[in-house]
Design a protein around this ligand. Structure first.
Ligand SMILES: [Zn+2]
Ligand SMILES: [Zn+2]
Length: 392
């Protein structure tokens, strides 16, 4: 057997938790349902706790601690840490450090801890049940987490907290609502299994199934169905190109309850410094992707379409591209002007009123450029739809 075929040793704690919980749920829950009924309270607690767990991971582990996409008050951080612990996905320190490696080396087979290029099984669960060298975290990329007292408290007391959140809390609620075993089975066991697999889909399915509106440089996809089951994390193509944005579903209508909760907390001062990628930058990525796709399609169709069509299309595409470059150029100039104006205003100690007026005029001009890109994106989409109906 060659060296490459030797599989790393099994990580027994992970193996036992990941295999025993679904098996136990499959056996115990139907059996219990046959002999006793689950109370409504048990179902409601399961759904509520599932959401709390999910948000602990998406808002806490992921967007707050791994990406620092916003800042949060300790009154928010503590519940996020506790609910995240309930999801049994390792400590924030381990999770965050590994996740940063995933973003930095996405898809690289020998570096990305859950590279989708190694297949569905590996990226979904396989990476956790053996001690692969890619899973090794030395925390050199997590100095900020090492200094966070809440993160370190959780890391140092992880097992105790896991037991408290997975046994203690469901048992307490079961006793309180008078359906001890029902709550333990649904809120404790079934909730954990569902919470595990929906999160794991982010590493597996969200790198395989869906669209790539912003970039095709990596395997990450945008997928509404996954977003629905993962509290908004299914907009993974956007997330991989702009990872510091607190939003994953960046459009206002995209289903991203994590972003809504972060924003709602900011209205009452519980979160602050929410990071947003400027609209222009987002549009730019989108239009660039459209050009790339159109180019590919043109090349593919050059053989099938009459030559004159291809030539005309190529010309129109070139015109569109020139317009795009001109918009980028104007945007660059406007930015320079804005910086110069800011500097001048600081030096002159201008009246607040004049400053406000100038700000507003700049905002309008920035908005106008964003609209130009938006229009162009629409034109390109229509052009593609008309020229290559089967490809769109
Ligand atoms: Zn990813
Ligand atoms: Zn991420």
């Amino acid at each position: 057997m060659s060296q490459a075929e030797v599989k790393p040793p099994i990580n027994w704690p992970a193996f036992i938790i990941l295999f025993s919980t679904p098996i136990a749920a499959l056996i115990a829950i139907p059996l219990y349902a046959m002999y006793a009924d689950f109370s409504m309270a048990a179902w409601a607690l399961m759904v509520g706790y599932l959401y709390a767990n999910g948000l602990g991971i998406t808002m806490g582990y992921h967007r707050l601690w791994s990406h620092r996409a916003f800042e949060a008050h300790w009154l928010v951080k503590i519940p996020l840490m506790l609910f995240g612990t309930a999801a049994i996905q390792n400590s924030i320190l381990m999770w965050g450090s590994g996740h940063r490696v995933h973003h930095r080396h996405v898809d690289e087979i020998d570096k990305d801890p859950y590279s989708a290029k190694r297949g569905f099984w590996f990226s979904h669960m396989g990476w956790m049940i053996r001690d692969y060298p890619t899973g090794y975290a030395d925390f050199s990329n997590a100095q900020d987490l090492l200094k966070d007292p809440i993160v370190m408290f959780q890391h140092n007391h992880y097992i105790k907290l896991v037991l408290l959140m997975n046994f203690g809390v469901p048992m307490l609620f079961g006793w309180l609502v008078g359906d001890f075993w029902g709550v333990v089975l649904l809120m404790g066991l079934l909730r954990l299994v569902l919470s595990h697999h929906t999160t794991f889909f982010i590493n597996s399915l969200a790198h395989m199934w869906g669209s790539q509106p912003y970039t095709d440089e990596n395997t990450a996809r945008d997928n509404f169905v996954l977003a629905f089951f993962t509290y908004g994390e299914g907009y993974h193509n956007y997330h991989h190109i702009f990872q510091y944005d607190y939003r994953n579903g960046v459009k206002w209508w995209q289903y991203d309850p994590t972003k809504w909760l972060i924003a709602a907390c900011s209205w009452v001062g519980l979160t602050k410094n929410l990071k947003r990628v400027p609209d222009f930058t987002i549009r730019k990525a989108q239009v660039q992707m459209q050009f790339k796709r159109a180019q590919l399609q043109l090349e593919k169709s050059a053989m099938r379409l009459p030559t004159v069509d291809v030539e005309a299309l190529k010309q129109r595409m070139q015109q569109e591209y020139d317009t795009f470059m001109a918009t980028l150029n104007d945007w660059g100039k406007l930015k320079e002007e804005w910086y110069a104006e800011k500097k001048q205003a600081l030096a002159d100690k201008k009246q607040e009123l004049t400053q406000k007026w100038e700000e507003a005029s700049f905002t309008n001009r920035f908005k106008e450029m964003e609209d130009r890109l938006k229009e162009q994106s629409r034109r390109l989409e229509m052009m593609m739809r008309k020229s290559f109906p089967s490809a769109v």
